[in-house]
Write a protein that binds this ligand. Sequence first.
Ligand SMILES: Nc1nc2c(ncn2[C@@H]2O[C@H](COP(=O)(O)OP(=O)(O)OP(=O)(O)O)[C@@H](O)[C@H]2O)c(=O)[nH]1
Ligand SMILES: [Mg+2]
Length: 392
Amino acid sequence: MNDIMLINSSKRLLIMFDSLKKKIASWIGNSTKKIEESQSEQKDKSLSKKVEAKPKADVKKSSKAKEISKPERPKVSAVKIEKVVEPQVIEEETEPSVEKKSGFFSRIKSVFTSREITQDFFFESFNDLELILLESNVALSVVDTIKEKMASQLVGREFKRDEIPLKIKQALRDTIDSLFVDSPFNIISHIKSSNSCVKILFCGINGSGKTTTLAKFAHILKNNGISCVFAAGDTFRAASIEQLAIHGERLGVHVVKQTYGSDPAAVAYDAIQYAQAKKIKVVLIDTAGRMHTKQNLMDEMGKIVRVSKPDFKIFVGESITGNDATEQARIFNDTIGIDGIILTKADIDEKGGTAISVSKVTGRPILYLGMGQGYDDLVPFDKEKVFEALGL
Ligand SMILES: Nc1nc2c(ncn2[C@@H]2O[C@H](COP(=O)(O)OP(=O)(O)OP(=O)(O)O)[C@@H](O)[C@H]2O)c(=O)[nH]1
Ligand SMILES: [Mg+2]
């Protein structure tokens, strides 16, 4: 992938999260304003109480000051008064009193410079963020996790006024960070260091982008000098074998196929045999789109897995379908145990919530984002770029 393509994919990522970014920024702004408003009144009251309590000392001080400075007072009586007053002056100016004073002044200072994020305030304010996240396709269970984690970072904490937006932003960033599962493997490095043939299976529902993604991945392999073969494991959908054959032709990749209606597990097996015989490094197994709710199709998937024993089972889901994609990934993972996720059509997703939710729900890493229909449009997932695009 050249620099221009990387810039394009970064731009697409900015577009993907642009709406959420703006909504989050506005929520942080509003929340900060609300903290100011909700607490200034309360703090003003407590401040005025403290100020009311102070006059005692002030009265003493001012009466002392008046007495001492009275010019008409005779010297003797002035000495007398000073003698009487002096212990009071010393009493007022002794250390504990100084401490009280500085405590008092720092309290006044804190009234003007600090704000506490109370539980009530947090939960009230989070309602708005909850709505924003749900509207942006973040899964409900993930929204709950975000709420818990942010609350644990913010509630009951007192922050300097000008730090508040930053602290809220930081809490949100840390929280979203904890939702992403870092990949325990780099698939390309794994392939390069493997002594045997690496088998990768692509699965998902109908039309999610499996075949296109498999072809894009072959292109990445080619760019890394790694040989591969395609297994035409979608023996169900009309023209699926021809579609894969066209990709094979364009990319210079051999396609192992059988006829429509044949056993996809047998096709995968044949392709593995072919790769081993020809010393081809990777077998990319295409599969028919199947609804995660159709038990017989999921059972068939189980059979393909048992026969081909893939090193990586990759779930391919459409980023734009939000909670549906997240739910499909969860069920595919429960059924066959996926190793990673590729979210396609991220280039036309303007919500971004699937990318935020799917790792947390499945416990599996997002490996790549599909960012278009070209062979170069498969981009390694980079959470730092997501934070950047979210303005966090
Ligand atoms: N915009 C965009 N379109 C994509 C992307 N990935 C795939 N597509 C398009 O999505 C459509 C379906 O892609 P396929 O690769 O045929 O999907 P599939 O999952 O193999 O479909 P079935 O085999 O029928 O289940 C095609 O028109 C692709 O060009 C992507 O990242 N972005
Ligand atoms: Mg297909």
